[in-house]
Write a new protein. Structure first.
Length: 55
């Protein structure tokens, strides 16, 4: 079997197509989740309280 035929058969195989479908779904989810421009990010005001000195 020539090398070119191996690559073609690999691409046509079921597990490879399933892997590619999963990768495409993950990338699509990342793109959709990063598309929101008006996402409100929570900011917390943290006050530092100095500990009482030991006597």
């Amino acid at each position: 079997m020539k090398k070119d035929y191996f690559i073609i058969e690999l691409i046509k195989s079921g597990p490879f197509m399933l892997l590619m479908a999963i990768v495409i779904l993950i990338l699509l989810g990342i793109v959709i989740s990063n598309r929101h421009e008006k996402t409100v990010q929570m900011k917390e005001d943290v006050m530092y309280v100095a500990p009482k000195p030991k006597k």
